[in-house]
Ligand binder design. Sequence first.
Ligand SMILES: Cc1cc2nc3c(=O)[nH]c(=O)nc-3n(C[C@H](O)[C@H](O)[C@H](O)COP(=O)(O)O)c2cc1C
Length: 358
Amino acid sequence: MKDVLFSRFLKPALFALKPERAHEFSVRGLQSGLVPACPKIDNPGLKIRLAGLEFPNPLGIAAGYDKNAEVPNQLLKLGFGFTEIGTVTPRPQRGNPHPRIFRLTKEQAIINRLGFNNDGHQKALQRLKLRPVDGILGINIGANKDTPDFIEDYVLGIEAFAEIADYFTVNISSPNTPGLRDLQAGALLEKLLTQVLSARDKAGSVPVFLKIAPDLNDRELDEIADVVNRSALDGVIVSNTTLARSEVIQNPVSMEAGGLSGRPLFRKSTIILARMRQRLSSNLPIIGVGGVDSVETAIDKIEAGASLVQLYTGMIYQGPGLPGRIVKGLGDYLKQQKLNSISQIIGTKTDQWASEKE
Ligand SMILES: Cc1cc2nc3c(=O)[nH]c(=O)nc-3n(C[C@H](O)[C@H](O)[C@H](O)COP(=O)(O)O)c2cc1C
């Protein structure tokens, strides 16, 4: 989509709606086929091989936009190299009371406390079987708020989607399900990964990634990396939204409870990504998420240590043309720098980013 069309007409119309209505509207817009596809970019230099998968380019849509697997193919047509649905929980769930998404427009950020509102495994599965995804499909799995056993819910997710998933994301970092982030602590994480990876092995060989929070100190990062390095996990996604507000404290909306995403999350999530990169075995890739909204921020994530990158909030502020623009820009960057492959810049600035102050 032409960016002026978005910024002049569509964005003001969407921003006049409540955030959750605007999201609903944008999903229906994609479904309608009225949002123009991005011209196909087939650049061998942008291909990334990872966990046995070949990604046509390193940019994906982050979880939470297409929670219920309604528009995976339409998202791929915007230029994304892979798509991730969810978080899905075994049973359908309404989530927290409204309002539960807030815009911080000046800061190009969002606070959300949705609480895993979703249609449940079966609905998502039906949709994906009815309309198979023409590209790489990640399934982001979570736990119902009222489940007697969080870990069992992740196992159910693996069992339900093993046949159709290209990869799984085990999301233990949403701040909006009480107790969920406790799964990031050593002993519980070990138990979770043992059970999830044994379910994966029984069901096939689908790669499993772990999605972590940015609100982790060095000791907590050590603990996670120690467990992950001893496991058969295939990669780590850094990061989910933050509970921190230091970057947006001047905005009264920052008082709202929930996870902060978008531009003010960029620095913190990139520093944590680099610190995780320093701790993880070199064969374990990282997917970088948090505040990516330009070619430059995508390159920063890769230089900090990410093999792949995802975004969500950037698209709320810049529209459906953003993924295509970033992917094209990454190709132009390779040309300018006379690089053959984007993989040549992975982790070239890890130590620099890791030593930055949060
Ligand atoms: C409205 C909203 C809903 C989200 N829902 C999920 C979710 O269901 N599961 C998940 O793993 N992450 C979810 N996220 C987090 C994003 O996937 C991503 O990790 C985070 O927003 C940082 O990226 P961004 O700054 O590009 O948005 C959500 C984010 C937003 C803004």
